[in-house]
Design a protein around this ligand. Structure first.
Ligand code: HEC
Length: 378
């Protein structure tokens, strides 16, 4: 089924790619630069994934230059990307992180730490996904079509294939792959939650699709071995999917988001509200930043941090912290800034003092003290 509605891609882009022609920006406008950057980033990732697909690929001297060129390419383009998206602290920090991660891959590789370099390559795809799944898509990109159809990707286990499909903006294919994984009786119960959350995020936020997830959730409910926490939450998720407002709430994104998640931040996570958090975060991501300022903008940043925190992406992605920091800087001394600081501090202390905790490093502690001063207006 085609879920991602409409397409702004002219047919010729796909044809040019199939013919192996040199790419020229096909879509003019404000985002053409971002997309040219993306082609280069995609090219780098494709090289790294192709080489890492065989166990010896990263060790074969024949591939050395290609690996170094690819990681340098992603490193440079990730930095450029940060410059285009500075109104969006989440994207800015993800672009910066992608750049640093690529730098690390190149350095580890040069120092002969090949296995580590190879495993970081796969971490890169989480950064692509975190950025691409924030907004609704108007059509799958043709850029990665050939790569997705190649043996490198087709031969991957389905869950990994879905990761690459989503990372390269082949959302329809990614959703199809994930939904067949989730329907498979062979899927071990302990792997359901992570894959299901990703499936829900892409369905709702990217594809604006609410009915297919209901079918999947109904199916999963029938599994006798489902983890208790999921069994308890699924009925509420189905109810939310049935009743949630689906029209995009143009002009009222903030109000509708607040109505969904409540205005005060409950300190206890409410798993029943996952769908509401996903829908609300989608609305807030979509709200054009140029249309809000001052206290209202700070609230948007705070709620973006809060909802992303609740949706719970990979813990090492720093976008939640970036949104909360920006909320404090945008409206220092306000109630919003204080709430943002409280959540930020909670996350930082948890990250550094958890079971493997090493304590909060001095520079992070200093940064927190400075933000606390701004938040409280001291
Ligand atoms: C900081 C955010 C961000 C990160 C990180 C990111 N992208 Fe993108 N990407 C974008 C944006 C924005 C677009 C344009 C989306 C649109 O056209 O609506 C895009 C578009 C694309 C496209 C489609 C280009 C086209 O012309 O159709 C591909 C392919 C792509 N990205 C691949 C990747 C890969 C692979 C990675 C990870 C290695 C990645 N991106 C990381 C923001 C990001």
């Amino acid at each position: 089924m085609r879920r991602v509605k409409g397409s702004r891609y002219p047919k010729s882009v796909g044809c040019a790619l199939l013919a192996g022609a040199v790419l020229v920006p096909a879509v003019a406008g404000a985002d053409s630069q971002v997309r040219a950057t993306m082609w280069a980033i995609f090219d780098g990732l494709r090289s790294l994934l192709e080489i890492s697909a065989t166990p010896d690929g990263f060790y074969d001297p024949v591939n050395r230059e290609r690996i170094l060129t690819a990681s340098r390419g992603i490193q440079g383009e990730g930095r450029v990307l940060g410059l285009h998206v500075s109104s969006d602290p989440g994207a800015e920090v993800l672009g910066g992180m992608m750049s640093r991660q690529a730098l690390k891959i190149g350095r580890l590789f040069e120092h002969g730490r090949i296995a580590e370099a190879r495993s970081l390559t796969h971490g890169l795809t989480e950064l692509c996904i975190a950025c691409h799944t924030r907004l609704a898509s108007q059509g799958d990109s043709p850029v990665a079509a050939q790569f997705i159809a190649s043996d490198t990707v087709r031969e991957l286990p389905p869950a990994e294939r879905a990761t690459i499909q989503i990372a390269t903006r082949r959302f329809d294919e990614g959703l199809d792959t994930l939904s067949s994984v989730l329907r498979s009786p062979q899927l071990p119960a302990e792997r359901i939650e992570r894959l299901l959350k990703r499936y829900l995020l892409v369905s709702i936020r990217v594809a604006s699709e609410y009915d297919d997830p209901i079918t999947i959730l109904e199916h999963l409910r029938g599994r006798a071995d489902l983890e208790a926490s999921l069994r308890d939450a699924i009925p509420a998720w189905i109810r939310s999917l049935r009743t949630v407002r689906r029209d995009g709430a143009s002009g009222q994104e903030l109000e509708v988001a607040v109505a969904l998640i409540g205005d005060s931040a409950p300190s206890v996570v409410d798993p029943d509200k996952l769908i509401d958090y996903i829908v609300a975060s989608g609305l807030l991501h979509r709200l054009p930043r140029s249309e809000v300022s001052g206290a209202r903008l700070a609230r948007v940043y705070y709620l973006l941090g809060f909802t992303e925190h609740r949706v719970g992406g990979p813990y090492w992605l720093p976008q939640v912290e970036a949104f909360l920091e920006r909320a404090i800087l945008t409206d220092p001394g306000s109630e919003t800034a204080r709430r943002a600081y409280d959540l930020l501090a909670e996350r930082i202390y948890e990250a550094f003092t958890g079971p493997d905790g090493i304590g909060v490093p001095d520079d992070v502690a200093e940064w927190l003290t400075r933000l606390n001063g701004l938040a409280t207006g001291a």
